[in-house]
Design a protein around this ligand. Structure first.
Ligand code: ATP
Ligand code: ATP
Ligand code: CA
Length: 218
């Protein structure tokens, strides 16, 4: 059976989640208090309804507990976001992902039982900042406060060199998990093979080590 998702709040973030879930073939119920937003998404999602998610009876009548995953993408109204999340937790929804507006909001969401709290503006800011500082840093994924995964594009300073020559693990304490070349992805890169310009290295390590590596070689 296809997974059933509900997305509450059809701003830019919620709207984009709806579109991407549909593209992946998922069933999506879209909910918003704003009728214009709901009409706009009527053709995108499986079902779109005008409803206020802070109303417990409304959520019950939509059968919200039966959805595999509910995403709360209410933007600026933090109070509504918190109340909605609380009701979803009380209904026993198995997976609840909520977009947080700030650190305080995030803390409350975690306390009341949201399973995952996302912070797209802040996280995208971090990713873009790394990309701006070095154009060879393509992407950046935070694993914890200390550890991350980065995608680094091989330029002239590493091309023609092997992993042994670069000695990344010993010198920078980072591991190259995979190397992408065109459409091919090699998940156990050989230590002897030479890198080429345009290869994308997927590297895992401590932030301070990754920063040293980025600055030295990319
Ligand atoms: P984003 O920040 O995601 O880019 P945005 O800033 O446009 O988008 P908002 O407009 O603040 O986000 O909120 C997203 C949507 O949430 C709005 O369309 C709003 O109508 C809807 N919304 C707010 N409160 C509720 C509620 N209680 N029930 C359902 N939808 C709600
Ligand atoms: P180690 O104990 O560090 O694995 P090794 O001599 O057994 O050393 P080799 O596979 O021969 O390992 O690689 C020599 C060096 O090349 C490593 O110490 C490391 O610095 C670098 N290296 C090889 N593969 C990687 C990788 N995937 N990521 C980062 N560095 C690597
Ligand atoms: Ca917003």
């Amino acid at each position: 059976m296809r997974k059933q998702f509900a997305v509450i709040g059809l701003g830019r973030f919620g709207g984009s989640i709806c579109q991407s879930l549909r593209k992946q073939g998922m069933e999506v119920l879209a909910i918003d208090t704003n009728e214009d937003k709901v009409n706009k998404f009527a053709n995108v999602v499986t079902h779109a309804v005008v409803a206020d998610s802070t109303d417990e009876n409304t959520l019950k009548s939509l059968g919200i507990r039966n959805f595999d995953h509910v995403i709360v993408a209410i933007g600026d109204n933090i109070q509504s976001s918190i109340l909605t999340t609380l009701l979803l937790v009380e209904e026993g929804v198995k997976h609840i992902t909520v977009k947080a507006q700030n650190d305080y909001h995030e803390k409350v969401l975690n306390k009341i039982g949201a399973h995952r709290v996302v912070h797209p503006e802040r996280d995208m800011g971090v990713r873009i900042a790394h990309n701006i500082v070095s154009k060879n840093v393509l992407d950046y994924l935070e694993l914890s406060d200390e550890y991350s995964i980065v995608e680094l594009m091989a330029g002239t300073s590493v091309s023609g060199k092997s992993l042994i020559e670069l000695n990344v693990r010993a010198k920078y304490g980072c591991n190259i998990m995979a190397v992408k070349r065109g459409d091919e992805i090699n998940v156990s890169p050989s230590a002897n093979e030479s890198l080429q310009i345009g290869d994308v290295l997927i590297v895992i390590g401590a932030d301070k080590d990754l920063t040293r590596l980025e600055h030295a070689l990319f």
